[in-house]
Design a protein around this ligand. Structure first.
Ligand SMILES: Cc1cc2nc3c(=O)[nH]c(=O)nc-3n(C[C@H](O)[C@H](O)[C@H](O)COP(=O)(O)OP(=O)(O)OC[C@H]3O[C@@H](n4cnc5c(N)ncnc54)[C@H](O)[C@@H]3O)c2cc1C
Length: 427
């Protein structure tokens, strides 16, 4: 099987790239020339995984099937997990696919390409902390978030049937993922209490543990202060300057003392898959593919974007692992690859533009900063406005893969569904 362009990973960046290329090439040429590969059958935008974990977002409503997205956007889709890459032969291999009972569905396959884009994302980094891999939940893939949600529901039930019940959750990592998960768990708990009888109500003890001296360290201090204050006011214990030394079934051992917890979520660090190091490309210590300012890896014809790419930015820093960067890189590679298909060349290098950051602090709250064009000034936003801006990023992603009207219809349908079934998924 051969395609001109093979994109591996249909996440925030890869899916947008496939949709943009497919639409630019049109129905027939798009499907013949562009292939998207993902190990999942449906797409969930990763920045919403904390909502899936807390149960405030239902994957059955939110998930968009890759096969249908491929048809609508004129690209081809193949289910599969990248196993190997031969950059010189321009060929990649996909693992065999087995069902839940272990029965073989599709044998291992090889696909050749003229150009390929690796967009396979990244995960968290345990930094070698003992017990973390065994006892902590992560939010790397949809299944991780769903697994945590199932455990959360059991823990909710147990706490509601225990006299003077309490549920303690520790979240390691005070970045956007940890902060947003804390806020979403508070929402889920508040919503749940409204459905429980007085004797079943229980307390939720949330501790957010951060090794640095403030949460949201990559963002301006004002955002970090505001987020800390909002979480503390709502009863979250925000513990900064505390290094996690060990994770156990009953909680954490930290440099600031033990933290008992029924559930632990690890939301710290960025590390790409160990298997990236075996693909014959130059990688960093955190397994990200080293790319140049045209997003090309160490092998000609092999590009990488998003979280799995280590792309130089400014002051010796790398482009941050954010949906915003994956989106911009997808737009850049669209230009590069369309030019290549027409035997042209894009000389202009990729330049990341930081438009600021928004962090969700629950249903009607948010905080963030927007980069203005006026002398690089930074605008602080908070409350409902920040939350609406945050939601608009999700809608912008849907618009990139569904178009304007389908995004409007989907948003309305979800709003109505929420009115009928409630916001919290309890099954
Ligand atoms: C809870 C949470 C909240 C976040 N909030 C924000 C936010 O508010 N703002 C922001 O900018 N960023 C946020 N992020 C970060 C953001 O989600 C990522 O930066 C972004 O999704 C990266 O996009 P990507 O395309 O590189 O990878 P991803 O979106 O992770 O997509 C990777 C895709 O590759 C597929 N894949 C992986 N390995 C393989 C393989 N071997 N073979 C085939 N397919 C494979 C996966 O199934 C997935 O579809 C958040 C992340 C999390 C977890």
């Amino acid at each position: 099987m051969h395609y001109d362009i093979v994109i591996v990973g249909g996440g925030a960046g890869g899916l947008e790239l496939a949709a943009q290329l497919g639409r630019a090439l049109g129905r027939k040429r798009g499907r013949e020339r562009v292939l998207l590969i993902d190990r999942a059958v449906f797409h969930i935008w990763k920045p919403t995984l904390h909502e899936v974990a807390a149960g405030t977002l239902d994957t059955h409503q939110e998930g968009l099937s890759y096969a249908i997205l491929a048809r609508r956007n004129h690209f081809s889709f193949a289910l599969g997990e990248l196993e190997g890459l031969d950059p010189e032969a321009k060929r990649l291999t996909l693992k065999e696919i087995r069902d839940k009972d272990g029965e073989l569905i599709v044998p291992a396959r090889a696909i050749s390409f003229t150009w390929t884009v690796l967009a396979i994302g990244s995960g968290s980094n345990f930094f070698g902390t003992p017990g973390a891999a065994e006892h902590a939940y992560v939010l790397e893939q949809t299944e991780d978030a769903e697994r945590f949600h199932t455990r959360l529901l059991s823990a909710f039930t147990r706490a509601s049937f225990t006299e003077a019940g309490a549920l303690n959750i520790a979240i390691v990592g005070g970045g956007a993922t940890g902060v947003e998960l804390s806020a979403e768990l508070l929402e889920a708990h508040t919503e749940l209490l409204q459905s429980l009888g007085p004797s079943q109500r229980f307390r939720l003890g949330l501790t957010l543990v951060e090794a640095a001296d403030r949460i949201l360290g990559g963002l301006p201090e004002k955002i970090s202060e505001q987020a800390t204050l909002t979480l503390q006011r709502r009863g979250v214990r925000v513990l900064t300057g505390a290094k996690v030394q060990e994770v156990a079934a009953c909680g954490l051992a930290t440099s600031a003392g033990p933290i008992p917890a029924d559930l632990v979520v690890w939301a710290a660090g960025v590390k790409a898959a160990d298997s990236n190091a075996g693909l014959g490309l130059a990688v960093t210590r955190s397994n990200q593919f080293q790319v140049d300012d045209h997003l090309q890896t160490s092998a000609p014809g092999v590009f990488a974007l998003g979280d799995c790419a280590a792309c130089p930015w400014r002051d010796g820093k790398l482009v941050p692992a954010r949906a915003q960067a994956a989106h911009q890189q997808a737009s850049y590679l669209r230009k590069v690859l369309l030019a290549k298909l027409r035997e042209g060349h894009v000389a202009e290098p990729y330049a990341y533009r930081d438009f600021g950051s928004l962090v969700s602090l629950g249903e009607n709250r948010g905080v963030g900063s927007l980069m203005g064009n006026l002398g690089g000034k930074n605008f602080f936003v908070e409350g409902l406005i920040a939350k609406y801006m945050y939601i608009s990023l999700h809608l912008a992603h849907h618009r990139a893969i569904l178009g304007f009207w389908q995004t409007v219809v989907l948003a309305l349908a979800r709003l109505l569904q929420e009115r009928v079934s409630g916001r919290l998924k309890l099954h």
